[in-house]
Design a protein around this ligand. Structure first.
Ligand code: PBG
Length: 332
């Protein structure tokens, strides 16, 4: 939709760039704190804030410290946070039963946040990898990640999260049929207003490494996730995955990773017009942070540039480890 452009010198693009006031006037996309969802890593214990070496500036926090973080997020105008538990290795099993334990770390954290900071939306992760001795998002039987038995387990996990007070269920597992099964179970269990943000176009990426360190899944994982996560070479498949998840009752869809997949974000928004989110994943954060630490790039500038790019591509929001830092700058 290129508009008619008068030839030079009638058109001079530099006129609308000559001052900050003029640039603000014609700015097409504005990043706001409420566009950002902050992923938080939870660990056992009390008063604990542990650094994660592959994610400088990101921490694992005990439940009390997560509540503090939620408070800070709320004060800075973030609308949602997203929880990922670092489960004690002794609780990781073949049957992953800890995933739907009403008292597991994720559910205890959700309840604590809902009691102390009720207005921030809490998103929780549905997938078996934090609880699985095999490190995969689904059950492993004879070396195969089995779909349908995994979906049954994911449904139990999602219901336990809704019961703990989760506002947004985030299935990140990439099993087929899980959105419909979770949606049906939420309906019949009285959780009609619990939303689903489907990790619909989630790719088998090399950019998840630091996250797997953060949740303690790196050591357990054998092989890769390419039988359930999408092939980075495919775009049509992403559109079909999104169409499928919307038809099964997803309220919001996600593309993951973020920056290398902006074409997918753009196409997704153009094709479906649904609430569309991108996950700027751990490896993307690590790349920007590491280069910034070396003073090879201006960290703040690249952070904000990377985040507004998602809005330009059509995203309604971004899951990013930069959420708090970015919100502070945006509020200045
Ligand atoms: C797994 C899960 C992953 C992430 C979120 N949920 C990693 C994976 O698929 O191995 C990655 C997030 C990140 O890298 O920041 N259920």
């Amino acid at each position: 939709m290129a508009s008619t452009i008068a030839p030079f010198p009638k058109t001079r693009f530099r006129r609308t760039r000559k001052s900050e006031a003029m640039r603000r006037l014609v700015r097409e996309h504005i990043l706001r704190p409420s566009d950002l969802i902050w992923p938080l890593f939870v660990c056992d214990g009390e008063n604990k804030v542990e650094p994660i070496p592959s994610l400088p500036g990101v921490f694992r926090r005990s439940v009390d410290k997560i509540v503090d973080a939620a408070q800070e997020a709320q004060a800075l105008g973030l609308a949602a946070i997203c929880l990922f538990p670092n489960t004690d290795t002794r609780l990781k099993t073949k049957d992953c039963a800890e995933a739907w334990n009403p008292e597991n770390l994720s559910n205890r954290t959700t309840r604590a946040i809902k009691a102390a900071v009720p207005d921030i939306a809490v998103m929780t992760d549905v997938a078996l990898d934090p609880y699985n001795i095999d490190g995969h998002d689904g059950f492993v039987r004879d070396g195969i990640i089995v779909n349908d038995p995994t979906v049954e387990a994911l449904v139990k996990q999602a219901i336990s999260q809704a019961e703990a007070g989760s506002d947004i269920i985030g299935p990140s597992d990439m099993m087929d049929g899980r959105i419909g099964s979770i949606r049906d179970a939420l309906e019949v269990n009285g959780h009609q207003n619990v939303a689903i943000m489907a990790y619909s176009a989630k790719y088998a990426s090399g950019l998840y490494g630091p996250f797997r360190d953060a949740v303690g899944a790196s050591g357990n994982l054998k092989g890769d996730k390419s039988t359930y996560q999408a092939d980075p070479a495919n775009a049509n498949e992403a559109m079909r995955l999104i169409a499928r998840d919307l038809s099964e009752g997803a309220d919001m869809i996600m593309v993951k990773p973020g920056l290398p997949y902006l074409d997918i974000c753009f196409q997704a928004k153009q094709s479906f017009g649904a609430p569309t989110f991108a996950y700027q994943v751990s490896g993307e954060y690590a790349m920007i942070s590491a280069a910034a630490q070396k003073d090879w790039i201006d960290g703040h500038k690249v952070m904000l540039e990377s985040l507004v790019a998602f809005k330009r591509a059509g995203c309604d929001g971004i899951l990013t480890y930069f959420a708090l830092e970015a919100a502070k700058i945006l509020n200045e």
